[in-house]
Design a binder for this molecule. Structure first.
Ligand code: PEP
Ligand code: MN
Length: 356
């Protein structure tokens, strides 16, 4: 779907990367919200986040303070001038948030998975002009993510952004949610105008991982960061391990190296032209190799020989590996390419063998 999007950058917020959204996982008390917001505003953060309704994996966890907390966000706005954002998961959340003058809405990962829920939110947003950020679904399904984006776009919302917060997996290792960076990268290819914001807090699940995840997101040309920040992270009512103080957040942001995404020097374009030519030659050579391999297939068929001749295949692998080493090519890489070429040759010869 061709989408015509408008910028999610609100007046007074810098256009420069990264766009930063920060605030606690959950609004807990009025003091906690305001104190955290004041510290973040003092560090130059322009957009505040806080969960008011919290979708929890299991019942019994802190499920958010509910609509009452929206009034605290209103105070944040009045007192600090920051824009405020919160998560919505139902049409009632949308109505309450709009009534309270929330500036930016986001749809959480547990909601994006459900097209009925996303459609309900989209219907509630018809005729409203507000930026909406859509988190990836908990499972690594790009089409489901794009589907949610299209539903919100279909409601007439033009200021849309995506949030990459990682993907659930059964065995947890380093990350709480696997980054699977190729998925947001593919989203960027499919929807080049859509801003993508990284949520290192929910990917990492531990505050120690936040700095490196922020840097990786910047190196992959993400547009912004949404980071959980709390005045007293260890005592947070939700996601305590992954939150950082406003001071730590400021430190992390100041250390980020932002490379220029759009710079292309003349040299670079010349080198890219050379790469294009080499790729063309590689493909032509591969096609030639396949033609010869097919001729071998015809010969094998006529002489009633089997397709797979292991000694020959081993010889190819061994000789080419040595050749590759001499050319300073990684041995595993050479092996992988040759195996894949061989597989395709065998497939083509099988087609020939089975032809009547
Ligand atoms: C959150 O932002 O606090 C949250 C619940 O995130 P997610 O939907 O990514 O799990
Ligand atoms: Mn959280």
């Amino acid at each position: 779907m061709e989408m015509e999007l408008e910028s999610i950058i609100l007046p007074g917020v810098s256009e420069q990367r990264p766009l930063v959204i920060a605030g606690p996982c959950s609004a807990e008390t009025e003091e906690q919200v305001l104190e955290t917001a004041r510290s973040l505003a003092a560090k130059g953060v322009k957009i505040f986040r806080a969960g008011i309704w919290k979708p929890r994996t299991k019942p019994g966890g802190f499920e958010g303070v509910g609509a009452e907390g929206l009034q605290w966000l209103k105070k944040v706005k009045e007192e600090t001038g920051m824009y405020v954002s919160t998560e919505v998961a139902t049409k009632d959340h949308v109505f309450e948030a709009l009534k309270a003058g929330i500036d930016i809405l986001w749809i959480g990962a547990r909601t994006t998975v459900n097209p009925f829920a996303v459609q309900e939110i989209a219907d509630a947003l018809k005729g409203v002009d507000i930026p909406v950020l859509i988190k990836n679904p908990v499972n690594p399904d790009l089409e489901l993510w794009i589907g949610a984006i299209e539903r919100i776009y279909g409601a007439g919302i033009r200021r849309i952004g995506a949030i990459h917060r990682g993907f659930s997996s059964y065995d947890k290792k380093i990350y709480r949610n696997l980054p699977l960076w190729h998925i947001p990268i593919e989203l960027r290819r499919r929807m080049p105008n859509l801003p993508i914001i990284c949520d290192p807090s929910h990917i990492g699940g531990k505050r120690e991982l936040i700095a490196s995840l922020c840097q990786q997101a910047m190196d992959l040309s993400f547009d912004g960061l949404i980071v959980e920040s709390h005045r007293d992270p260890d005592c947070a009512w939700s996601d305590a391990c992954q939150q950082v103080t406003p001071d730590v957040l400021d430190y992390v942001l100041n250390l980020l190296v932002i490379r220029d995404a759009s710079q292309t020097t003349e040299n670079l374009s010349e080198l890219r032209r050379q790469i294009d030519q080499i790729d063309e030659q590689l493909l032509e050579l591969l096609a030639k190799r396949m033609r010869i391999s097919k001729e071998i297939g015809i010969y094998k068929k006529e002489h009633n020989m089997p397709i797979l001749q292991s000694p020959r295949y081993n010889e190819i692998l061994e000789k080419r590996s040595v050749m590759g080493q001499d050319l300073e090519l990684n041995t595993d890489f050479v092996k992988e390419i040759l195996t894949s070429i061989h597989e395709e040759s065998v497939r083509q010869q099988m087609v020939i063998m089975n032809e009547a």
